[in-house]
Design a protein around this ligand. Structure first.
Ligand code: NBP
Length: 477
């Protein structure tokens, strides 16, 4: 009998936990997985005694759901999502809603929205952040698609999302692929945050020689500050405290320095390049992961390419505080880039994004959750058309007050040969953004010289081309 309120396809870590979250919030749920063993296992363990149906076939799954059906797909992004949609389509009725909660590329979501809406179905592309734990206890949800479809899902989504002081961490994001676009940029910002934290760690261990226990203390202390209090700083402090039971050494010191990535950071950079929005901190973060993977080559190069041998002889405690300031200033720049990208995409794709609301729903549930997002929420609430977060009163003064410390940290890092690509990219972003006269007048002259690309002048209107080899030397003199 069709009585279940919700259906979920894909019982890997995210799907299982989301299913448990939905059911716990009062919505009887049917689950289906391509390999039935996983469904059987789930039904025999975590689903025991709860309001679940474990469907063996996709036909059984669809038949068990009340109409219009609400079906969440949580399978691997890419072809598997299309495969599942193709299986569902012949079994669905007009008006049924498919939600893709995976990390799908926004362009795939646009295509799926169009195809499914044209066929009479409804489709929501929903970013889900918070990992395994968030999925179970309250993720941040970024649903995009038609607003009417969102409204039909809202009673469920508002209950399963993380709850913060100003409401559930879910809001209607915008049409088409808007939800997945915003999730992609969220992940790009997450890459930036993680790299900045990694660089702060490297400065403290390589320049000051802090050990894991001392790093635990520094990061725990930073996590108590209004500025840096966040999930990522909190887990970083925890990581430094973890002792490997086999060796009795801090586990972090035993982990290979080669980072993986699944693609959302790279997609953010590609999209930013296509949209013409500079995101140098996020780009540096993606590049840093790529460079980290060249482990064998770096080890070999480290034997040949020597760097400076300078030792730090300053005040260690003062340096820790300067690194904290540099981290915070860099973080502001990274978020400024991410928000600028969202703003541009909103215009280009007609997403009509509400950046204040987006900041609000990132305050809980997701990986970048932080007290700091409250300030971003307020900045965009006060000025929805704010051209750049750096100009918001909340952030402008902070950066101006701390830029000296930020610069000193970079000088120290450069002098001692410690790579800080995201800190540097952030400061360069700040310095270029605040510079009225950049040197691209020369770039334009070069482009015109070799390619007749023309240039504009600052002293008169129009478009100009010069025959640069015919230098009017005499006239110039
Ligand atoms: P995975 O991304 O590891 O996907 C595994 C699931 O996809 C299994 O249920 C598997 O079924 C199913 N699947 C595959 Br693979 N190919 C299929 C196909 N052709 N047809 C039907 N089902 C297929 O799971 P996950 O880590 O739970 O992530 C799910 C989605 O959520 C992904 O898009 C991921 O990027 C996103 N996400 C993950 C996290 C996280 O922290 N892990 C956070 C936020 C978002 P099988 O059991 O039969 O192989």
């Amino acid at each position: 009998m069709a009585q279940q309120s919700f259906g979920l396809i894909g019982l890997a870590v995210m799907g299982e936990n989301l299913a448990l979250n939905v059911e716990r919030n009062g919505f009887p749920t049917t689950v289906y997985n391509r390999s039935y063993e996983k469904t059987e296992q789930f039904m025999a363990t975590r689903a025991q005694g709860r309001n679940f149906v474990g469907a063996k076939t996709i036909e059984e799954f669809v038949a068990s759901l009340e109409r219009p059906r609400r079906i969440l797909i949580m399978v691997k992004a890419g072809k598997p999502v299309d495969a599942v949609i193709d299986q569902l389509k012949p079994l669905l009725d007009p008006g049924d809603i498919i939600i893709d909660g995976g990390n799908s590329l926004y362009e795939d979501t646009e295509r799926r929205v169009q195809a499914l809406e044209a066929a009479g179905f409804r489709f929501i592309g929903m970013g889900v952040s918070g990992g395994e734990e968030g999925a179970l206890n309250g993720p941040s949800l970024m649903p995009g698609g038609t607003e009417a479809s969102y409204e039909y899902l809202a009673p469920i989504l508002t209950k399963i999302a993380a709850q913060v002081d100003d409401g559930p961490c879910v809001t209607y994001i915008g049409p088409g692929g808007a939800g997945h676009y915003v999730k992609m940029v969220h992940n790009g910002i997450e890459y930036g945050d993680m790299q900045l934290i990694a660089e702060a760690y490297d400065l403290l261990r390589s320049i000051l020689g802090l050990n894991a226990q001392q790093l635990h203390e520094v990061f725990s202390e930073w996590n108590t500050t209004d500025e840096l209090n966040s999930f990522l700083i909190e887990i970083t402090a925890d990581i430094f405290r973890y002792i490997d039971p086999d060796t009795q050494k801090p586990l972090v010191d035993l982990i290979l320095d080669s980072a993986g990535q699944k693609g959302t950071g790279r997609w953010t950079v590609v999209s930013a390049l296509e949209q013409g929005v500079p995101v140098p901190t996020i780009t540096a973060a993606v590049n840093a992961r790529i460079m980290s993977a060249y482990k064998a080559e770096r080890v070999a190069a480290s034997q040949q390419l020597t760097g400076p041998t300078a030792r730090f002889d300053g005040d260690a405690k003062a340096f820790v505080n300067k690194v904290r300031d540099a981290l915070y200033c860099s973080k502001i720049c990274s978020y400024a880039q991410g928000m600028a990208l969202l703003s541009k995409a909103s215009q280009d794709f007609n997403y009509n994004l509400n950046l204040s609301e987006i900041s609000r729903i990132w305050k809980g549930g997701c990986i970048i959750r932080a007290g700091f997002l409250n300030k971003i929420k307020s900045a965009f609430r006060e000025q929805p058309q704010l051209p750049n977060l750096l100009l918001a009163p909340e952030f402008k003064q902070t950066i101006l007050d701390r830029q000296q410390a930020w610069r000193e940290v970079l000088v120290t890092a450069n002098t001692m040969g410690i790579a800080v690509p995201a800190f540097s990219a952030s400061l360069d972003y700040f310095d270029s953004y605040r510079t009225a006269n950049l040197p691209q007048n020369l770039t334009q002259a070069q482009r015109d010289y070799f390619g007749a690309h023309t240039y504009e002048r600052i002293d008169k209107p129009g478009s100009f081309h010069t025959e640069w080899t015919e230098i009017p030397e005499v006239a110039a003199r």
